[in-house]
Design a protein around this ligand. Structure first.
Ligand SMILES: Cc1cc2nc3c(=O)[nH]c(=O)nc-3n(C[C@H](O)[C@H](O)[C@H](O)COP(=O)(O)OP(=O)(O)OC[C@H]3O[C@@H](n4cnc5c(N)ncnc54)[C@H](O)[C@@H]3O)c2cc1C
Ligand SMILES: NC(=O)c1ccc[n+]([C@@H]2O[C@H](COP(=O)([O-])OP(=O)(O)OC[C@H]3O[C@@H](n4cnc5c(N)ncnc54)[C@H](O)[C@@H]3O)[C@@H](O)[C@H]2O)c1
Length: 465
């Protein structure tokens, strides 16, 4: 491995790095993946998206079973532990690692295991698990090292009762109560998971409202439903101190309140993985959150060094990371890329119930003085939802009152993250094919959730016709 030279070295095998490495290999480059973890897949596969989504899916099925009148005929409600759920999630992680390892093999991209650090603008030192260091050189580099939970210095994460979102995946028992500090996407999803397992949940939000970037109606709905399921939410709170002892954890809030629980999950913020990489010495200065600035082509202050994925900050999504990887690689190969495709990223939040949206919110449209109208479809009125018993939720279309152009799609309820993509496809069409008319004039399978688009379109059209 010593003195090996590559066209491009990709640092980090999460969705961002993988997308880039595959595109570069298919473009004929000699490329290698540098990954410090023993398996490929990134934080996405091992600590983030995949385990949390697999966990959530299993909890969701358990909740469905326990609340179904049909299955009540078969016996008493069942209880499963956090570990049982995690054990089943592990199967998905293994499948993902197998699949992704195959991509590297088939495309002749060697995966070099070790932590990467720049020695100069074109030389990387790679320290392997055996402690030995190898030197690699390349014309281009792609930093896709992802992010990790932000850990404030005054919180003792070594205590067995205090966890961040990585550590929670090693939890070996089901707590009776959990305090979740941070009601962003991670905090809200884990609030649903724990509550679904019957755990008492205190969700502490540092902001004014839940998931404030969402449309207000959806944000209100998720607050309402989490509360209805028994999650206690407190808004506008900041921690003063977090103390753990043998019996539990005490969260003291600046407002003077004290919250006590079996364990605390810290879900407040993430930091880019840039420390110890020697970036400052080569003229790339990460910000206070460890994130790297890039231009529209994902180039850092050193044009031959690109950065993509969580390490560049917003939107910090696996979905967007993969596309950023492909676009950055295209720019590297061709000297240009239609990077705009990476904009207008949909949101999929896997709370129970699920949330998804794309496009503008009512608040944004009001601020921009756009004359819009609203069409709603409530799941309780859809035959498919009645059959599946998933009647809680709605689909909301925002459209221009004069042109009927679709401006925003907001969905809340079972399968929301899938449902939103139908509307996204129409919204992305050039005018005049991007309007409500598509849903008014299209025959939908019946009974389906997709039929909600026709119901919502008719509801909205009746307001302007
Ligand atoms: C709990 C949780 C749930 C999430 N759920 C979703 C979701 O439902 N949908 C969604 O779209 N997104 C979700 N995300 C976000 C998503 O996981 C990230 O946006 C995504 O993983 C970012 O991909 P990435 O390729 O930038 O980095 P990562 O997936 O974090 O991969 C980075 C890789 O770089 C490696 N690395 C780091 N430093 C070095 C170094 N110096 N040398 C070599 N290798 C290094 C790491 O070991 C890691 O393998 C979730 C995140 C969390 C934490
Ligand atoms: N379904 C999904 O799409 C999904 C699920 C989980 C996580 N994620 C991604 O993970 C990211 C993390 O979410 P989260 O809920 O932990 O936090 P968050 O991004 O909502 O941030 C929580 C709070 O911490 C602050 N903060 C963030 N990083 C900080 C840092 N390094 N130092 C100090 N303060 C910091 C923020 O300003 C905010 O007030 C999100 O950006 C989200 O895109 C996505």
């Amino acid at each position: 491995m010593d003195d090996a030279h590559y066209d491009t070295l990709v640092l980090g095998s999460g969705p961002a790095g993988e997308g880039a490495a595959m595109k570069l290999a298919k473009g004929g480059q000699r490329v290698a993946m540098v990954e410090r973890h023993r398996e490929v897949g990134g934080g996405c596969t091992h600590w983030g998206t995949i385990p949390s989504k697999a966990l959530r899916h299993n909890v969701r099925r358990l909740m469905e079973y326990n609340s179904s009148p049909l299955f009540r005929e078969a016996g008493e409600p069942r209880h499963l532990s956090f570990q049982t759920m995690l054990h089943h999630a592990r199967r998905v992680i293994d499948q993902q690692v197998g699949l992704r390892s195959g991509f590297y093999q088939r495309n002749d991209v060697p995966v070099l295991t070790g932590a990467a650090r720049f020695e100069d603008e074109h030389t990387l030192a790679l320290t392997g698990i055996d402690g030995r260091t190898h030197r690699l050189t390349a014309r281009h580099f792609l930093i896709a090292t992802g992010s990790r939970p932000y850990r404030p210095a005054d919180v003792d994460f070594s205590h067995p009762r205090i966890h961040d979102s990585d550590q929670i995946l090693s939890l070996e028992h089901t707590p009776r109560s959990v305090i979740i500090y941070g009601a962003g996407v991670i905090g809200s999803e884990y609030a649903s998971i724990f509550r679904g397992l019957g755990v008492k949940v205190d969700l502490i939000n540092t902001r004014e409202r839940m998931l404030a970037f969402l449309d207000d109606e959806i944000s209100d709905a998720i607050s309402y439903h989490l509360r209805e399921h028994g999650v206690l939410i407190r808004h506008r709170e900041q921690y003063q101190s977090i103390q753990a002892d043998d019996e539990g954890v005490t969260l003291a809030l600046q407002s003077g309140k004290r919250v006590r629980g079996d364990l605390l999950l810290w879900a407040n913020g993430r930091s880019g993985n840039t420390d110890g990489m020697g970036l400052e010495a080569i003229g790339i200065q990460p910000n206070g959150r460890g994130q790297v600035d890039v231009n529209d082509n994902f180039q850092t202050a050193q044009p031959h060094i690109y950065a993509i994925g969580d390490v560049i900050g917003y939107p910090s999504l696996a979905s967007a990371a993969y596309d950023q990887g492909r676009y950055a690689a295209t720019h590297m190969l061709d000297g240009h890329c239609d990077y705009r495709l990476a904009h207008d990223v949909p949101t999929g939040i896997y709370t129970i119930p699920e949330i998804s949206s794309v496009g503008q919110t009512e608040r944004e449209l009001t601020d921009a003085q756009v004359p819009y109208e609203i069409g709603h479809a409530f799941f309780k009125d859809l035959a498919r939802a009645q059959i599946s018993g998933q009647t809680m939720g709605m689909l909301k279309l925002l459209f221009h009152a004069d042109t009927l152009e679709l401006l925003g799609i907001h969905c809340f309820g079972d399968q929301a993250a899938e449902i939103v993509h139908i509307g996204q496809a129409i919204m992305a069409q050039p005018a005049p094919n991007n309007t409500l008319r598509y849903f008014l004039n299209t025959t939908f399978n019946y009974p389906t959730m997709a039929e909600g688009y026709r119901v919502a379109a008719l509801n909205g059209y009746n307001r302007v016709a």
